[in-house]
Design a protein around this ligand. Structure first.
Ligand code: SAH
Ligand code: SF4
Length: 353
């Protein structure tokens, strides 16, 4: 649903540091205005340009006329027993997106949405129920982090990690996602370390190859979920366009050329991909790679009938991989009591679940 009559100014969060420098030069300002802006926006975290005491009134008036700062309105916020917090935000055009804050021993991690809906159509995923309406801009992703960071500020806490694992396929919105990462990573802003930022893809090969050539230090995670083409194509239609041999070639090239370890995400679906035979196939597929497998408990989505693997079977699968020399972790559930499944909250809001 698109709202009419809303002010639809571009958010200044859309701009990378280099783009702000370029913008400043175009306006006839000094380049260092980018530094001032980054500090006001991301260090002092202002919501109003008029607070920038070292910027001229004329420049402030121009910025106010051309940009908004915060493009999000919070619709609802749910806090689970383990502290996981799920935000449902409304964008300026009325679209709804969700963002999740998780608390770990090592810090606070935010799961960011990159598109309104998703076109990849994975059969187990609630996000796939809602077709992509549009890509998010870099600034709409930055704003998700900023909203949560501003909530953490009074407790003097900070967002330390980011995972691009909310609704959407990040490599179907490549440029904006990379700009987003560059903004939150920048030294003069939030300075979230590149190795604390993870992009998760369902396996768009062009994206993986582009990412490999960019030589950035963000982590790459691949949603694998099945060790053979037959099963993977059933779960993830994208596998028909990019079958496993091509996908694994692209990943191997990335890993070798960038000297990076890859995370493979693997949701455990009861009696489907959690058999010892699957563990065996998976270990062969990953043999010799600098990789580890992250086993994820499945959050059941009512509509599609897939079931979560119980913890005994999950441990068996874990052991079978370990025995075969694969590095593996078994993720614990977060925010189970608040519909933590990818896309569930938004789907509920739109009356789909
Ligand atoms: N589109 C990207 C990133 C968003 S999905 C991707 O697919 O990688 C982030 C992760 O959540 C993926 O690994 C995805 O497979 C997983 N996921 C989706 N639905 C889930 C569910 N119901 N329970 C557990 N994980 C789920
Ligand atoms: Fe899209 Fe990822 Fe969900 Fe697949 S798992 S439908 S790629 S969000």
């Amino acid at each position: 649903m698109i709202k009419e009559g809303v002010t639809n100014l571009k958010t200044i969060y859309d701009y990378t540091y280099a783009q702000l420098e370029e913008y400043a030069v175009q306006k006839g300002w000094k380049k260092y205005r980018a530094k001032q802006l980054f500090e006001w926006l991301y260090r002092k975290r202002i919501d109003d340009f008029s607070l920038m005491s070292d910027v001229s009134k004329e420049a402030i008036a121009i910025l106010q006329a051309e940009f908004t700062i915060d493009p999000l309105k919070v619709i609802s916020k749910q806090v689970s027993k383990d502290g996981t917090t799920k935000y449902l935000f409304e964008l300026q055009d009325g679209s709804a997106i969700e963002t999740v804050l998780m608390h770990f021993d090592y810090g606070k991690s935010v799961c960011v949405t990159s598109q309104v809906g998703c076109n990849m159509g994975c059969t187990f995923c609630a996000s796939g129920l809602l077709k992509k309406q549009r890509d998010l801009t870099a600034g709409e992703m930055v704003a998700q982090i900023m909203y949560i960071q501003k909530e953490l500020d009074p407790q003097e806490e900070r967002v330390s990690n980011i995972v691009v694992m909310g609704t959407g396929e990040p490599f179907d919105n490549y440029d904006s996602v990379m700009n987003f990462c560059s903004i939150v990573n920048h030294d003069r802003g939030l300075a979230i370390g590149a190795r604390h930022i993870t992009i998760s893809t369902s396996g768009l090969i062009e994206g993986i190859r582009k990412f490999a050539l960019a030589h950035v230090q963000y982590n790459l995670a691949i949603s694998l979920h099945a060790p053979n083409d037959e099963l993977r194509s059933k779960l993830m239609p994208i596998n028909k366009a990019y079958p496993l041999n091509q996908l694994m070639d692209a990943i191997r090239d990335y890993s070798v050329n960038n000297n990076r370890r890859i995370t493979f995400e693997y949701i455990l679906l009861k009696e489907l991909n959690d058999t010892v035979e699957c563990a065996d196939q998976l270990s062969k597929l990953l043999h010799g790679m600098n990789a580890y497998v992250n086993l994820i408990p499945y959050n059941e989505v009512d509509e599609n009938g897939y079931k979560t693997t119980d913890s005994l079977r999950a441990m068996k699968f874990y052991d079978a991989l370990k025995k075969r020399g694969i590095a593996v972790t078994l993720r614990t559930k977060h925010g189970e009591d608040i519909d933590a499944a990818c896309g569930q909250l938004r789907a509920k809001h739109e009356g789909r679940l």
